[in-house]
Write a protein that binds this ligand. Structure first.
Ligand code: CTP
Ligand code: ZN
Length: 154
């Protein structure tokens, strides 16, 4: 509760929209990138980074007014913030709270860092990665993406 009050000082409750909570610390700006939110898009967005949180130590939070997320967006967020919870807010009340689910495989979501990979040539091979505990493994060339996954998200 003390933590909640401290958060409240950072960013206010929203009336309607989506709160992405328990984002891995440092990933909030990547979440915004996945959602296509830039300084020139019209949404009202608040961001808190490195907030104290019992469950994950430090976390980031993103609140977007009047917007709900598409499944493709949630799947991308799961890759960089596996503990994130998606809260839908209506009239100031949390009406739905769901943890993100890490997909077993992602197709057309991550670009393979291997320039020679068939998924980077003009062949019609859509990028395809198996999600493993060690990172993302390319289906075609076995390349393992372990860090900076956000930079490779399409
Ligand atoms: N929130 C908000 N505006 C509202 C209601 C909630 O911004 N009108 C935010 C809260 O600040 C919190 C998140 O939505 O970051 C989830 O709210 P709630 O379920 O009330 O908080 P907790 O019980 O702390 O959530 P959890 O159990 O998921 O940690
Ligand atoms: Zn590859």
């Amino acid at each position: 509760m003390t933590e909640d009050r401290a958060q409240g000082l950072l960013i206010s409750p929203i009336r309607d929209g989506t709160v992405i909570d328990h984002i891995s610390a440092g990933q909030a700006l990547n979440v915004l990138r996945i959602l296509g939110i830039t300084g020139t898009t019209p949404e009202s967005v608040s961001v808190a980074t490195n907030v104290a949180s019992g469950r994950v130590g430090r976390k980031d939070i993103v609140k977007i007014e009047n917007r709900e997320l598409r499944k493709e967006e949630v799947d991308r967020i799961a890759l960089i913030a596996p503990n994130a919870t998606i809260n839908i807010i209506r009239e100031y009340t949390v009406t739905s709270k769901k943890g993100v689910e890490t997909p077993a495989e992602v197709i057309g979501v991550v670009r393979c860092p291997n320039p020679g990979c068939i998924s980077n040539t003009s062949e019609p091979a859509c990028s395809r990665f198996l999600v493993t505990p060690n990172g993302l493994r390319c289906h075609y060339c076995d390349w393992l993406v372990t860090k900076e996954i956000a930079e490779h998200i399409l």
